[in-house]
Design a protein around this ligand. Sequence first.
Ligand code: ADP
Length: 171
Amino acid sequence: MTRITLVRGDITEQHADAIVNAANSSLMGGGGVDGAIHRRGGPEILAECRALRAAKLGRGLATGAAVATTAGRLPARWVIHTVGPVYSRAEDRSALLASCYRESLRVADDLGASTVAFPAVSAGIYGWPMDDAARIAVETVHGTPSAVTEARFVLFEARAYIAFEAAVAAL
Ligand code: ADP
């Protein structure tokens, strides 16, 4: 059974076996969580992302998929990169957002990671409304069987923490 915990803070500072990156499909870095991870983690992570692109992800990482690299200078051992969907009012992309969490847990199991820190995937630059992003995140992690003992949501902003608290309370 995976225990869900919530903390306010910066995901790059987390001591966990793996931290999840809200990446984009290029895996070549970006803003938000992605920028912070590459900045603090150093060039090793980007070099591994390049190698992954060259070896098996020529067209990039698909939305909803996840893949791991080591974590460079970060305290975590691994970074699990996942690509959240851009929010759309016209189209329901919730299944893709849920897939990010499910696939990240699957990759964590493959790695043997027991503690995994997640950001609020898609709830920043990708525009997903925070309450809905929190509900999908919490329900999906709660409903996905895995060997991960702790899934820690690391929330940068107060409003994100409040949304995740409400989502956990509603389980
Ligand atoms: P996306 O492109 O998937 O929307 P973002 O990185 O833009 O991803 O934002 C996802 C969430 O992560 C937002 O709520 C944002 O405020 C938050 N965030 C940004 N930087 C950090 C960080 N260093 N640690 C944890 N959360 C962060």
